[in-house]
Write a protein that binds this ligand. Structure first.
Ligand code: GUN
Length: 292
């Protein structure tokens, strides 16, 4: 087994982004700017947003966090988004999900100007991604593609089984792996909670992408010898063994699956770190006016 090391690849790409950001500052006279909106104070969302902000600063971006109480109205949130859409000094805007039930995430996503939608969730960006046109690619799938590329994992002609069909990871991932590109050119099976014979499906995979949100769901008996295994799981549990008070678990039972996999991502230290890089790459591309 060999490790797909998110720490190594993410640090390497962040150095490249930092150079681009420095050149942008000297040419344009300002830093690339990302705004994150956080509603409420869910522990997981707090951690992820703090990490996004910290990494922006690390590569020389400006980052701003706008916070709202859980009871903010949908109208107030949409008004703020429209205001930011008009601000030419802002390159990227993300609204951290999940949102409270009284706010429609689809309305929020569609209100963000697609040219600032560095999460890549807007229908314009998703549509363009399907057609292989310039767009913002959702950060986690983008990060996974960068990792496959960095390790020169052969994907053409392989059978990729994606487990989970979320809008954020599983669905866009299945499209990217099937595109006529490198990485890509896979035969893709997108599986989900209603899939019959899930184990038999996963057993056929040359590449498994696990994005179901269930701790240690994929076990060794479900994985073909020599498969490439990408673990998107971010299952957080309280722990008295860590400084933060939390421990992160993947969707893959690493100890057993790593004995069969040819390549595997660890959790933590794998896909999570690459997600942030996807977001930074999109923000840099937006600042440079690459997406219109
Ligand atoms: N919640 C979980 N993942 C994400 C993400 O990539 N972007 C946003 N905005 N919210 C999330």
């Amino acid at each position: 087994m060999q490790l797909l090391d998110g720490k190594y690849v993410s640090e390497k790409v962040k150095l490249e982004i930092a150079q681009e950001a420095a050149a942008f500052l000297s040419d344009i006279g300002r830093k690339p700017h990302l705004i994150a909106i956080l509603v409420g104070n869910d522990g997981g969302s707090e951690t992820y947003v703090a990490s996004k902000m910290k990494n922006c600063e690390k590569v020389g971006f400006k980052s701003s966090l706008i916070r709202y109480d859980l009871n903010v109205t949908e109208a107030e949130l949409l008004k703020k988004i429209k205001e930011i859409n008009e601000d030419v000094t802002v390159d990227g805007l993300i609204v951290q999900l999940p949102l409270p039930k009284h706010i429609d995430p689809e309305k929020v996503t569609e209100t963000i100007d697609h040219r600032k939608d560095v999460d890549g969730f807007h229908p314009v960006n998703l549509g363009r991604m399907m057609r292989n046109l310039p767009c913002f690619i959702p950060a986690t799938p983008y990060g996974i593609m960068m990792m496959l590329k960095a390790y020169e994992i052969e994907t053409a002609g392989k059978h990729c089984v994606v487990v989970g069909r979320s809008n954020i990871v599983g669905s866009p991932m299945s499209i990217l792996m099937a595109r006529n590109a490198n990485p890509g050119n896979c035969t893709v099976t997108l599986t989900h909670s209603r899939t019959v014979n899930l184990k038999e499906m996963i057993l056929q995979a040359d590449i498994v992408i696990a994005a179901i949100g269930k701790k240690n769901f994929i076990t060794a008996d479900m994985v073909k010898q020599g498969a490439v295994v990408i673990d998107v799981g971010m299952n957080r549990e309280t722990s008295d063994q860590t400084k933060s008070g939390y421990k992160l678990f993947g969707d893959v039972d690493f100890d057993s699956v790593s004995e069969k996999a040819s390549w595997i991502t660890p959790v933590p230290g794998g896909v999570g770190l690459m997600t942030i890089v996807g977001l930074l790459k999109n923000t840099m591309a937006s600042a440079k006016g690459e997406i219109y």
